[in-house]
Design a protein around this ligand. Structure first.
Ligand code: 5RP
Length: 218
C-alpha cells in the first residue's frame, strides 16, 4: 500500500464511527479529504457536517453535504481529523494545514475525536514536526521572542493567512516531554490564538493505516 492507499483505507475505517441522522465534525487535510469522499457515499443518511476550514467546507458542499455553523449545532457526536504526529497517549501535533484553531474548537465540542493517520505519523515523542502556533499578526515578533525563551526556533510561515486572518509560526527543535504543560504555556503567551499541541483534548480513538491493515488505538 502506498501512502494514498493508506489514507483511503483509514478514511474508510472511520466511517464505522459515523452515526446516521447526526451532524459529523470534519477536520482538514489530505487524509480528511478521503474521509469526505467516503462521507459523500452516505450523504443521504447523515444530517450534515460541521467543518474546521474553508477548504473542507468547499469540498463537503461540492460533495452535496450540508455544512452547518458550529453555533447552530447543539451537540456533535464525532469529529474526524488527521494529525501531523500522534503518540501512544493519543496526544497530537496538528496544524500542518494551518487550520489548528478551528480544529481545536470543533474537537472541544465533539464527544468523540477519531484521529485518522497512516503509520508514518506515529511517534514516541512529539516535536520532530515543527509545532504550528497561530498568532495575531501584530504580536508575531513578540510571540517569536517568547517561543525562543521556551527553547524553540520559530519560523514565520511566509504567505499563509489562516481562515481567521492570523499568521502561523512553526516552532522547530522543541522537546515536547510534557505536552499538556507546553500546550498551556504557549497558549498563555499574549497574542497566541492557539498552538498545535492537542493534549489537553487529545484523540479518543486513533485509527492508523499500516501495511498490515488499519489498527485501532483506544
Ligand atoms: O492539522 C491538520 C491541518 O491543520 C491536518 O490534520 C494535518 O496537517 C494532517 O494533514 P494530512 O492528512 O494532509 O497529512
Amino acid at each position: 500500500m502506498d501512502q494514498n492507499e493508506k489514507k483511503k483505507a483509514v478514511a474508510q475505517a472511520a466511517l464505522q464511527y459515523v452515526q446516521y441522522d447526526t451532524v459529523v465534525g470534519v477536520g482538514t487535510g489530505s487524509t480528511v479529504n478521503y474521509f469526505i469522499d467516503e462521507l459523500a457515499s452516505i450523504k443521504d443518511k447523515i444530517t450534515g457536517a460541521v467543518s474546521s476550514s474553508q477548504a473542507s467546507t468547499e469540498r463537503l458542499e461540492a460533495a452535496g453535504i450540508e455544512v452547518f455553523e458550529l453555533n447552530n449545532v447543539d451537540s456533535l457526536g464525532i469529529y474526524v481529523d488527521g494529525a501531523d504526529e500522534v503518540t501512544e497517549h493519543k496526544h497530537m501535533i496538528k496544524g500542518g494545514g494551518a487550520a489548528l484553531t478551528r480544529e481545536k474548537i470543533v474537537a472541544a465540542v465533539a464527544e468523540t475525536f477519531v484521529c485518522i493517520v497512516d503509520d508514518s505519523k506515529q511517534v514516541p515523542i512529539l516535536g520532530n514536526f515543527p509545532l504550528p502556533v497561530e498568532v495575531i499578526p501584530m504580536a508575531r515578533s513578540y510571540v517569536a521572542r517568547e517561543l525562543v525563551k521556551l527553547g524553540g526556533d520559530p519560523v514565520y510561515r511566509q504567505g499563509v493567512v489562516t481562515d481567521n486572518g492570523n499568521v502561523i509560526l512553526d516552532v522547530h527543535n522543541l522537546e515536547i516531554l510534557n505536552p499538556r504543560e507546553l500546550e498551556a504555556k504557549i497558549n498563555n503567551i499574549v497574542g497566541v490564538v492557539t498552538n498545535g499541541i492537542f493534549a489537553m483534548r487529545g484523540a479518543d480513538v486513533v485509527l492508523s493505516a499500516t501495511q498490515q491493515g488499519v489498527k485501532t488505538f483506544k
